[in-house]
Write a protein that binds this ligand. Sequence first.
Ligand code: NAD
Length: 392
Amino acid sequence: MTVKPKIRGFICTTAHPDGCRAIVRSQIDYVKNAGKINGPKKVLVIGASMGYGLASRIAAAYGCGASTIGVIFDKPGSDAKTASAGWYNTAAFEEFAHNDGLYAKTINGDAFSSDINEQVIELIKKELGKVDMIVYSLAAPRRTTSDGTVYSSVLKTTDKEFTNKTIDLKTGEISEATIYPASEAEIFATVKVMGGEDWKEWIGALKSAGAVEDNAVTVAYSYIGPEMTHPIYKDGSIGRAKDHLAATAKEITRSIDGVNAYVSVNKALVTQSSAAIPVVPLYISILYKVMKEMELHEGCIEQMYRLFAEKIYGGGIKTDENGLIRLDDLEMRDDVQEKVSEIWNGISSENISSCADLDGYRKDFSRLFGFEADGVDYDADTNTAVDIPSLT
Ligand code: NAD
């Protein structure tokens, strides 16, 4: 069938197999060109099919020559229906990795479930013995815990309502969005989903099963951002979860022998998760414009390569005074933020095209689902029932 994008709000319900493959290929090529890293050799990536998790897997495999096991939660396609983008990304990654002689296997299912946890541990024990790095990169709307309780995360403020500019990405209209405070129960649930509890359970289970090398590293991802986004992000319900994640890193390092846990604060980028946050997509469109003009722009793969090559495996782990790895160092530079805030104050629906990189935002959004990749014929018939080699 021919596959076209079907965008509904901030998700696209179709994905293009050849486009996803081409984008994974370009991320692999970036890492191959960037050079080898003296890094981990057996890496587990939880949340490996999209965004920062996928880029971490590519950086580990192609930068460090690592064997990788990825945990994903994706839907296969059929002759009549496309798979999720993460499915196609993973199928392509495995195909390339296997052709390049790299071990790569995938477990598909809910990473919050004990069943998937057990399957992953069994696979590690059987085929890799132990892992020396665990990347925890889940961005999930909900989590079902072992007692059957379902927790849903919310993107709200924590104290008072907050009104600021937001963008309709379809029309380019700028309007005001008001975000209301979360209840204590909603904050609690958001911390359950996006905080560190599940991360710590994963590391504890891996360690108890004897599946972790001594001096292993585990990393989870966070975001801080500038003041204009603080009410909805850093000081919002998601920020509470990220505070919990940072506290959990210290807790893992302190209580689980031989494991060093870090939180890396990454750059704001277009991913499926960030597109869902009010205010943030407008900020990202302006940030893209400013950082591209200053030749400082990075995407997921540039960020993850830098994480491995410079911040973790470049001769000592580089953290700030709070123990956080700061990959948002370029985004948060004073000269970048001064320009962003100047534009933010004057932006309107009338001047949006000259003040923000809306085209760049939209292109990156399409590319999440395999559209707008170079060299792909989107009018041609394509096979949508692609297999992930290790799952067949
Ligand atoms: P993403 O949506 O691109 O990727 C999330 C991944 O998690 C996907 O592969 C998805 O399939 C997987 N996943 C979700 N629920 C799952 C489940 N139950 N079981 C298994 N896999 C599951 O998101 P992202 O933006 O790459 O976010 C990853 C992390 O990076 C998050 O912690 C996020 O807060 C953080 N982060 C994102 C940004 C940004 O701007 N996008 C910036 C800084 C930090």
